[in-house]
Design a protein around this ligand. Structure first.
Ligand code: DOR
Length: 443
């Protein structure tokens, strides 16, 4: 009997659980239904993937989309549009919105806002605060919750849990992953005078120095071990933290960002000024090299973009009044495929960091691999395409990328979400069909 599928992705190199193989992918009822030779099968439609590489859908586990609140910078529609154009199939969005996402009502509000407007699948973090620390066990079980986010150091927005006592209270409530912005707030405040009346932006990694990050991560690991709670340390930026984290693999997982892997001080501040300003800061090449080593030594679990849009007008305020953050959700895939093309990163490691690793750390249900029965999410890439990243391609309301003018090898050709072709050849070709991501612990 001839099998029928809704969509067949034909003739690509497919990243199956057994490795990269030439085969067809049959999709039925939004899920992967067959991997193999489907020449004789019929299908509602066929996507010709000849010459292309078919990867598990990229999940960006750290984006800031600013809704509700400062939606002049971004909103859930524009943010997810950039994601889909950049080959990303799902995003986990951060709670430092206005109001911050610290209650069940605020979480439900975000889900309502995303439904019908989101181009990709989505989940949201609950923000930890001293006020809600005792209720996190209940809050982490609301629909579409990716986990908890705790800011140990002040950054954009008002969320902050700076002292050991409250950090311990956050870690004591609940079981799901606590993701952490790890910078020691006491040291940030103490050192703030060195920049507060104005300084060159190249002072950013001096103010928010290596010790600020290391001290915080040390405190976090001690408290996590005491509580027996697994933590996910976001945007790790120093060689010293990687050494420390390698000693605590049972309790802590690690995220790195394309910005920290691609740019380095002092060059990035000379060339980009405040467009390179983010927290934790981009540091010198010694640290960048250590992050690469940690990727290839297996210390790193996930990669997110930390898409943190601010307008060019806001970014042009004199440092340190200029806000911290770079856009990134749309450039994650091309930048990292370029690192693959340059031989710094294997395709297998790219896939682990952007899909299977995210599934493992966050307990995503039914996403993160090309496997029968899983949601049919695919990032279809042309690994040989030579393109230039340009501001005019960027969908963010802010309209800029720190990588404007960069030539890359490797580009997302299509974004397929649960069997729907959402982006093809840089065009959006479907509706806003984004749905909430499901998680194993809250099914
Ligand atoms: O640079 C940053 N920007 N780091 C953060 O932790 C927050 C982010 C933002 O939301 O702007």
């Amino acid at each position: 009997m001839t099998q029928t599928y809704d969509l067949i992705v034909k003739g690509g190199q497919v990243f199956t659980p057994g490795g990269l193989v030439a085969c067809d992918v049959g999709i039925r009822a939004w899920r992967f239904a067959a991997l193999g030779d489907l020449r004789t099968a019929s299908a509602g439609s066929v996507f010709d993937a000849k010459g292309l590489t078919v990867l598990p859908g990229v999940i960006d586990e750290q984006v800031h989309f600013r809704e509700p609140g400062p939606t002049h910078k971004e909103d859930l529609e524009s943010g997810t549009r950039g994601a889909a154009l950049g080959g990303v199939t799902a995003v986990f969005e951060m709670p430092n919105t206005d109001p911050p996402t610290t209650t069940a009502e605020a979480m439900a509000d975000k889900v309502r806002r995303a439904t019908g407007r989101s181009w990709t699948d989505f989940a949201f973090y609950v923000g930890a605060s001293p006020e809600n620390a005792g209720q996190l066990a209940a809050l982490e079980r609301v629909p579409a919750c990716a986990g908890i986010k705790m800011f140990m150091g002040s950054s954009t927005g008002s969320l902050l849990v700076r002292d050991d006592e409250n950090i311990a209270r956050v870690l004591a409530s609940g079981t799901r992953r606590v993701t952490v912005h790890s910078e020691d707030d006491m040291r940030l405040v103490e050192r703030n005078p060195m920049v507060k009346d104005g300084a060159d932006v190249s002072m950013h990694p001096e103010w928010r120095d290596v010790e600020t990050a290391v001290r915080s991560t040390q405190r976090l690991l001690t408290l996590a071990r005491k509580a027996g709670r697994r933590v996910h340390v976001l945007h790790v930026s120093t060689a010293e933290e990687m050494e420390l984290l390698a000693q605590h693999r049972d309790i802590a997982t690690v995220e790195v960002l394309p910005q920290h892997l691609t740019l380095a001080a002092p060059e990035c501040y000379q060339r980009l000024g405040t467009l390179a300003q983010m927290n934790p800061p981009i540091r010198d090449a010694r640290h960048r090299d250590a992050l690469w080593r940690a990727i290839n030594d297996g210390v790193v679990d996930c990669m997110g973009s930390d898409h943190a849009p601010h307008t060019l007008e806001e970014k042009s305020r004199p440092y340190p009044r200029s806000p911290s953050g770079l856009t990134g959700v749309q450039t994650l895939v091309p930048l990292m495929l370029d690192h693959v093309a340059q031989g710094r990163l294997s395709l297998q490691r790219f896939v682990e960091l952007t899909s299977a690793g995210v599934q493992r750390v966050f307990g995503v249900a039914g996403k993160g691999r090309i496997a029968l029965g899983y949601d049919a999410d695919l990032t279809v890439a042309d690994l040989k395409a030579k393109r230039t990243i340009e501001n005019k391609w960027i969908a963010s309301k802010t309209g800029w990328t720190a990588f404007h003018g960069m030539q890359v090898t490797g580009w997302p050709k299509a974004t397929i979400i649960r069997g729907n072709i959402v982006m093809r050849d840089d065009e959006l070709v479907a509706k806003q069909i984004g749905q909430a991501v499901r998680f194993q612990e809250t099914l």
